[in-house]
Design a protein around this ligand. Structure first.
Ligand code: SF4
Length: 236
């Protein structure tokens, strides 16, 4: 582990502590932060990808998200989390990343809210011959108050960013961001990401009331990233 990473980790620990006051849907006391999870779905396989359920917290409260509609089930996996799993527990569960097409940081929360363990796990995956993808709301720079893309680019091969809406009013309507400036910050992250990571896509959901899919595609493609159209009520 080189010194740059060490310095980054010191900063990240502070960021994680600060984030405890930023999580609007936080349901777990901070005292559980290092509790080991035994009965939780911490990793789950869909196709030949292995998904990592690092947190169930977000600064968004997307009205279309199943977890805000009383459902924490994805493809038969219950993604409700009572604890924040330590990186080593996830690493032990992955065991051999080269067995999978990709290790995907996703789950029912925003992985960049737990940036330190995210980077630790991704680093280990890359060291052991795996490929990594981060599914994100694109608010990692806003939440962490700095550009996290240089750190992500060390260990993340692909980024999938939820763009969700063609304008701020529609974004606020559907995603209810807790942090002011979220929409602009997400668009800035979409524009910046391809400068650090080769494979970047941004997505929006077809069928969501008021969302102009063609305009979302234009926003993504004009920022140099691939557009991915998702369909309403199709999860995973
Ligand atoms: S960012 Fe993702 S996990 Fe969080 S509320 Fe929105 S859809 Fe759900």
């Amino acid at each position: 582990m080189h010194s740059l990473k060490h310095n980054a980790e010191q900063g990240l620990e502070v960021a994680e502590q600060k984030l405890d006051i930023l999580r609007p849907n936080q349901s777990h006391p901070t005292s559980q932060a290092n509790t080991t999870a035994h009965d939780e779905t911490l990793v789950y396989q869909i196709g030949n990808n292995l998904y990592i359920n690092l947190t169930d917290r977000c600064t968004l409260t997307c009205q279309f998200c199943p977890k805000h509609n009383g459902c924490t089930d994805v493809k038969g996996y219950d993604l409700a989390l009572e604890v924040r799993p330590p990186a080593q527990q996830i690493i032990d569960l992955i065991a051999d990343p080269s067995r999978y097409d990709c290790i995907v940081f996703c789950g029912y929360g925003e992985p960049t809210l737990r940036l330190k363990p995210l980077l630790e796990i991704a680093h280990w995956v890359k060291q052991h011959g795996g490929k990594t993808r981060l599914n994100t709301d694109g608010l990692g720079n806003l939440v962490n108050k700095r550009n996290i893309l240089p750190e992500l680019s060390e260990y993340i091969d692909a980024l999938s960013i939820s763009l969700n809406a063609h304008n701020e009013a529609t974004y606020i309507q559907h995603c209810q961001p807790a942090l002011p400036g979220s929409y602009e910050a997400m668009l800035a992250f979409v524009a910046l990401a391809p400068h650090y990571i080769k494979e970047v896509s941004a997505s929006a959901i077809n069928g969501l009331e008021g969302v102009d899919i063609a305009a979302c595609r234009q926003l993504a493609e004009s920022r140099g990233v691939h557009f991915k159209q998702r369909e309403l009520d199709v999860v995973g």
